[in-house]
Each structure stands twice: as structure tokens, then as C-alpha cells.
Design a binder for this molecule. Structure first.
Ligand code: BGC
Ligand code: CA
Length: 375
């Protein structure tokens, strides 16, 4: 039998979105933009982490499932600023320990709090060099469950993190993600923009995945107790479904990560829904025809798409965050070849199998009051 300890350590990569965290504050929305990663696992210590960055910090949010609080429970964080992956520590490499019992924590800003069945760490790790989008940072995180005597890690399962940076994972720093507030409302799904849409927040597709111009959309969203509604105005002057591949036909796609897990693989709550300009639906992930009502209308200069998507993995409420993206596919020449793809947030082209770069919708009853005093 293969001894798992003797397998080579693969270097995992996690995209890390730009954003500043006020440690200990109400930070749900900014954390909602961050990609998530699970490690440990059912038979060890299940844990997840997320990370964000700004010029001189890496922010980490580590959530540990460990119902018994004991001396020695801790989270350790390891940072290799220049991603040198050296077999011994250099000046830019650092290790931090955060004890569940509080004593002996590092002199960095952090909050450790108990939650049902475990605990959560939020910390701001100082970074000496100036971080920029496109940079890479070596990183690992390790969790000790003292009473079970178990240690789990994100990347280096051989647990050499304290002396060797070569088996850390890699964080890829990327720009900030979009967040939009969604108001409540229940439209009739018929491809006509009825008055309930009037006040809805509108987002636009301007993240080019393929090409630099082509068909784009303005997209409104609404929610109610059971559904998410989408109304899209798509500009497209030459409508085509010449390709046999539905994604190469003039069409739009909605990507929905109901629990906003932002994981690198689809989970049961994640779905992809595609509708072409003639209202032919196609699906990926957990999206199915039973959960979707759609209508399209061809209009001068393009087409409208209206959708109702039934939530089946969450009970939406005020404040709920949902992972969401919207994509427009364009067969610009009408020859059956997709010439452009544009989205709201995800630049990778991987939304159909990876939810980590979706944007965020925040469900609200009323738009947040602006800080500008009224008349
Ligand atoms: C992507 C295609 C992919 C398809 C799979 C689309 O969102 O743009 O490249 O093959 O999903 O369903
Ligand atoms: Ca998910």
C-alpha cells in the first residue's frame, strides 16, 4: 500500500481577492467576496479558510470544527512573502500561532471566537513588501485539535511548515470582486419589464473572458422568499444559433452559488443556467428545468431575458449573500463560432465548474442608507 506521507506534496493555488478587513468588525460582505477552501476533512478536523489582501496585509478567516475546547487547540499561519518556496526559512518567511485559549498569541490584529461546534479566527497578517494584483504569496495554514492529537494542514500534509516553505500552497492575488444589493420584488416572468423592476439595482457585464467587444448586457435582479429573478437587456445586432454547442449560440448564462461557498469545484447548491435568445434552456451543476422559469423577447438591437430561479439549498433572508455571475455569449459573425464572452465578475472562463470568482449579491429589503445627510 502507498504510504500517503510519501506522496509528493502538490502545490495548490487559491485566488485571493483584494479587500481590506476591519478585524473584529461586521465584515460579512467583504469576506463574502473571498474564495473558500476546505481542508482537514470528516475523519480529521474539518476546517475552511478564506483570504483577502491589501497593500500591506493578508487577511485570513479560518473556521475550525472542533466541539471540545482544550488547551493546545490552535491555528498556525505560515507566510512566504516572496513565494520563494525555499527549503529553509529566509528573512521574508514567518509563522504565527493563534491559541484557542487566548494566551501567547502573536502581536498581530486578530479575533478568535467560539462558534457552534468549533471556533473561528480572523487575523490581519502584516506583509513587508507592497502587494499588488498579480503577485503570488506562499501560504499555509495548520490546525491542531489537542485532545484528539490531530494536526491538519491546507497544503503541506507532511507538516514541515515550521522549518520548510517549499511545500506551502500559493495565493494568487487578484483584483476586488463586485457586490450588488438586490431588492425584494416579485415580477411576472414574461420578458416584459413590468414596473416592479423600476427600482431594481442594475449591474453590467464588462469583464471580457473572450474578445474585447461584442454582445453585452445590463442586468437587474430581485428576490422574494422563494426565488431569485433576473432581467437582462442584451445588445446583439446579429442573432445566431448556428453552432450545435449551446454556449456558442447567442445566449446568456447565470451562475448561482446559493451558499456563497466560493469553492473551486461545484457543490450541490451550485448551478449553471443558459438561455439562448429563443428561450432554449441548457443546464450545468444542480440547475434543472424544474427550478427555472424563463422568457425571452427579441427587440430592436438585441433581446431580453427574464428568469425566475427557485432557491432549493437556502432560505433567503434579509442580508443573505449569494454567489452570482452573469455571462453573455456572442456568435458575432453568425458563423457558429463564439467570438466573445463577457461576464459581470469572473474573468477566468471557468464559472461553469468553479464558483470561486463569482461576484456577490446581497439580498436586502431596502437599499443601505447612504452616509450623505438628506435634504
Ligand atoms: C463556458 C463554456 C463551457 C460551457 C460548459 C460555458 O459557460 O463558457 O466554455 O464549455 O459553459 O457548459
Ligand atoms: Ca456553493
Amino acid at each position: 500500500m502507498v504510504d500517503p506521507q510519501r506522496l509528493p506534496v502538490l502545490i495548490q493555488r487559491l485566488p485571493v481577492v483584494n479587500g481590506t478587513v476591519e478585524v473584529g468588525g461586521q465584515q460579512d460582505v467583504i469576506w463574502g467576496t473571498a474564495a473558500g477552501t476546505a481542508f482537514g476533512g470528516e475523519d480529521a478536523v474539518p476546517a475552511t479558510f478564506k483570504a483577502l489582501w491589501d497593500e500591506h496585509h493578508l487577511y485570513v478567516l479560518v473556521s475550525v470544527s472542533d466541539p471540545t475546547r482544550s488547551q493546545g487547540d490552535r491555528v498556525e499561519v505560515f507566510v512566504d512573502e516572496n513565494n520563494g518556496k525555499t527549503a529553509s526559512y529566509e528573512a521574508d518567511d514567518a509563522a504565527y500561532a493563534f491559541r484557542r485559549h487566548g494566551a501567547g498569541n502573536e502581536p498581530v490584529r486578530f479575533r478568535l471566537r467560539e462558534r457552534a461546534g468549533g471556533y473561528e479566527l480572523e487575523a490581519a497578517i502584516p506583509i513587508t513588501r507592497t502587494l499588488v494584483s498579480g503577485a503570488e504569496v506562499g501560504f499555509d495554514v495548520r490546525v491542531t485539535d489537542a485532545n484528539r492529537g490531530t494536526v491538519v494542514a491546507w497544503n503541506d500534509f507532511t507538516l514541515d511548515q515550521a522549518t520548510d516553505t517549499s511545500k506551502f500552497g500559493t495565493l494568487s492575488l487578484v483584483g476586488p470582486s463586485h457586490v450588488a444589493e438586490v431588492l425584494r420584488g416579485t415580477p411576472v416572468v414574461d420578458g416584459e419589464e413590468d414596473p416592479v423592476w423600476a427600482g431594481a439595482t442594475e449591474i453590467a457585464t464588462n469583464t471580457w473572458v473572450l474578445g474585447r467587444s461584442g454582445s453585452t448586457a445590463r442586468v437587474k435582479t430581485l428576490w422574494d422568499a422563494g426565488k431569485l429573478y433576473v432581467f437582462a437587456h442584451v445588445t446583439d445586432t446579429l442573432l445566431s444559433k448556428a453552432s450545435a454547442n449551446p454556449w456558442e449560440q447567442d445566449s446568456v448564462e447565470v451562475f448561482l452559488d446559493q451558499d456563497n461557498g466560493k469553492m473551486s469545484q461545484y457543490q450541490p447548491d451550485d448551478g449553471q443556467l443558459r438561455v439562448n435568445y429563443e428561450n432554449t434552456q441548457t443546464f450545468g451543476g444542480s440547475a434543472t428545468a424544474a427550478r427555472i422559469v424563463s422568457a425571452t423577447r427579441v427587440v430592436p438591437g438585441g433581446y431580453h431575458v427574464e428568469l425566475a430561479i427557485t432557491f432549493d439549498a437556502i432560505e433567503p433572508r434579509e442580508g443573505t449573500l449569494i454567489g452570482f455571475d452573469f455571462q453573455v455569449n456572442d456568435d458575432g459573425l453568425g458563423n457558429g463560432v463564439r467570438s466573445s464572452v463577457v461576464t459581470w465578475n469572473d474573468p477566468t472562463g471557468e464559472s461553469f465548474r468553479n464558483t470561486s470568482r463569482f461576484g456577490v449579491l446581497k439580498l436586502v429589503r431596502q437599499r443601505a442608507r447612504s452616509s450623505v445627510p438628506g435634504p
